[in-house]
Design a protein around this ligand. Sequence first.
Ligand SMILES: CC(C)(COP(=O)(O)OP(=O)(O)OC[C@H]1O[C@@H](n2cnc3c(N)ncnc32)[C@H](O)[C@@H]1OP(=O)(O)O)[C@@H](O)C(=O)NCCC(=O)NCCS
Length: 310
Amino acid sequence: MTSKTSLTIRDFRPDDAEAAVAAHRAGREHLVMTAENLVWMNDRQLPGEHFRTFVAELDGRVVGSVRCAVAVGTTTVGVGYANGSVLPEARRRGAFTGLLAAAERHLAERGVTEVHGWVDDAPGSLAFAAARGFVIGRQGYFSGRDLTLPLPQAPVLPAGVELRPGTDWADDPLPLFVIDEDASRDEPGEVVLDATEYEDWRQGVWNRPDLDQALTTVAVVEGEPAAFTIAQTDGRGLYWSGFTACRRQFRGRGLSKLAKLESLRLAAAAGVRHAYTANDATNAPMLAINAWLGYERCAGEFKGIKRLGA
Ligand SMILES: CC(C)(COP(=O)(O)OP(=O)(O)OC[C@H]1O[C@@H](n2cnc3c(N)ncnc32)[C@H](O)[C@@H]1OP(=O)(O)O)[C@@H](O)C(=O)NCCC(=O)NCCS
């Protein structure tokens, strides 16, 4: 008797979250993601984003997913993204081909002509991307840090500088958005974030369920928030750096480094075991800060770009 595989591509439902996260993280422990967060991402709708998740079921089991949306917070039009993965043992059975086709259809219907996705620096993933029409571009690195090992000695705080927890801005994070907005414009990437909105940031970044306001640390200069590091945690001992940012006029004074060190110190004291982060390969300042903090490179990825309808 020959066994026939049945593949179904369908919309994500909240009870898929655990399986979708397991597929997302399998063999990629550096990706910090919770089921709660995936449900939340699918519940919230930012204007113009059209966020949607599809899952692939092989023989009735969810083995992978793709998250896709139109890029927002930018004046660039026609760009969308699709990011996903499939459980290693379920690969090469057409699951991601089906997921990507569903994502591309959804995005094309919303005016997207160029799809961006992150591709693992692994032979199968790169082969898939090339076979499905993606052109490989910029490189990113993941790195990790064992928080049970000692952190560097904290430098003396410069006069007028304080380090405060994000909880101090819990209900009114506008000063933190101002830092984010300034730094986002200078983050390396193809799509410049030159049109971010405070309300979208509050909903999409500050109110994420895995954002840990107590571990998020803000460097304040003479009473003015100047730099921050955003901490996300999975409640199971993992820490992810959401964003480290410094306003342009405060750069080059070691404020981001101080904020991130303090955040990691608080995380270690709270029992968090491991911290992970991702950086563009050209982001020299952030790579230098992370090296100083003791992060070590553990994986890589590439941006893949595909023209739709080409
Ligand atoms: C990329 C990824 C999603 C593919 O998932 P998948 O379900 O195995 O993909 P499919 O079965 O639909 O398509 C597999 C195709 O990829 C290519 N491919 C995959 N592995 C390959 C390998 N080792 N050698 C050569 N080609 C390979 C082939 O074109 C293959 O088609 P074929 O099996 O008909 O020869 C999966 O490898 C993964 O989860 N990687 C990590 C996440 C990631 O990088 N995602 C970005 C995707 S753009």
